[in-house]
Write a protein that binds this ligand. Sequence first.
Ligand SMILES: O=C(O)C(=O)C[C@]1(C(=O)O)C=C[C@@H](O)C=C1
Length: 376
Amino acid sequence: MIDLNKIRDEIDETDKGIVRLFEKRMELTEEVAKYKIETGKPVFDKEREISKLKKLRGESSNEFNAKGIQEVFQQMMSISRKRQYQLLTEHGADEQVDYRQTDALQFSHSKVVFQGVEGAYSFAAMKTFFDDTIESSHVETWKEAMQQVAEQKVDYGVLPIENSTAGSVSDIYDLMIRYPNYIVGEQILKIEHTLMAVPGASLEDIRTVYSHPQGLAQCRNYLEQHPGWKQEEVLNTAMAAEKVAKEGDRTQAAIASRYAAEHFGLNILAEGCLSGESNSTRFIIISNQKCFDRNAGKISICIELPHESGSLYNILAHFIYNDLNMTKIESRPIPEQNWEYRFFIDFEGNLSSPAVKNALRGIASEASSLRLLGNY
Ligand SMILES: O=C(O)C(=O)C[C@]1(C(=O)O)C=C[C@@H](O)C=C1
């Protein structure tokens, strides 16, 4: 009978040896880091890693072990890189600080653009985030709002990025890539949709419901109870209310805010049950200035990765090693590169913290591209 305890003793001895060798390897890594700090040579040397993996695989006795060796050494070199990034950060090696930190961003007396018309949820988010000294204006589309901020026609823009029921607003993610704007704040707004129609109309009269696609999506459960109603998309929830009020047709209804119903003189036919109790939308405040609040606690980045196995896993390891809490990851297709994606990542932290600097240094070296979208 084989003695399990005896085998385990031998495994323990072998593991001790592996730990000693690992420690030795990490000491050598520190030497490499010193050399790289002095010479400015990049930490990540892909060619060296590929040739090492090939050689080590060749030294294993069978294909199964070769795979294991590849996995273990990929991890070992990735750990070695992370230690080197730490040492580079501690040493303050060529930090590229192309953003400005400020004690407090100037929001009062600024020019702010939102999409839609008064009564739209973006308008409500703007009113909640900013004070009464701002000069606000509105445009028809999210793209125009992005453009106005990019061209510095206004100081800030307010855009919806995510809804707790319907999910991410993917168009906003795509627009963030197309325009050189930055996120400087966010506002979460509880969304309470109501169904409204012209005075005198009742639920039985309704044939068509107008709203923004997000409004229709968030009220999907309610609308499923009325399969006979035709759903029509318009640019904005408040515009839907405006259209119903202007056309005066009692077969039409709009899904929009209570404010919009009052503003356009419409009657509320249903409320409260439309999109659930906790339905909320997160709005971002964007600026063209790469300027972040010194006390900001959340960072948004966008990365593109080499199209190869394990690349996302390796990038995410930078958050784990630096104890950073990732709060969101979103993927969007890269146009013209079918089935390849860019990733939008939110995590907690401030750009001045060493942990964030380490992680961003590592990600910048190992991703195909990294764009900082904001610290707010
Ligand atoms: O040889 C180097 O240049 C190192 O930095 C060491 C090492 C390794 O751990 O083996 C780590 C990172 C490089 O990408 C390649 C190899």
